[in-house]
Design a protein around this ligand. Sequence first.
Ligand code: GAR
Length: 186
Amino acid sequence: MKNIAIFASGNGSNFEAIAKAVKSGEINANISLLVCDKPEAKVTSRAGRLSVPIFVCDSKDYPNRAAHESRILSALEDAGVEFIVLAGYMRIVGKTLLDTFEGRIINIHPSMLPDFPGLDAIEKAFSADVKQTGVTIHYIDSGVDTGPIVVQEMIDILPEDTLESLEARVHEVEHRLYVKVLKDLL
Ligand code: GAR
């Protein structure tokens, strides 16, 4: 069984969906660590409730990306982490982590990449004149929301959609798709 780390920065609904699927045995893995770069993030209380070890590493405490990632890397090594799952981790992953975990870092993004990379992808699709958006799960490389795609699922933007209703549907798809992909991969 692989030791995985989940990286998250905010709400943590994807983290929770994955952690529950690990607990139920649907995903065959051990979550060795939640890595969070925001001390106040709601994901840390979710991890506490689910008894997942938490490593909070605020980038403000480090002079640059390399120093921040070196500290994270040593925590990952201490915990024996073999695979990294990004679930709403809102930082660019740099060379320090990429070099060590090349081909072993997966990410979820709430759009049909390469459309709408970066922040606020659901809102960007909602405000654009498009009829569909979606969810992409991909391995990462040094770009922003680039790297080999594992799976994509399209979601219709309905005439009656509000941003909130669209966000809710995107998150539902994310939770189902990420659990399925991790179940298959791990
Ligand atoms: C998710 O929609 C995820 O796809 C997105 O952040 C949200 C986190 O939600 N990630 C990105 O935009 C990465 N570029 P969550 O904290 O409730 O899981």
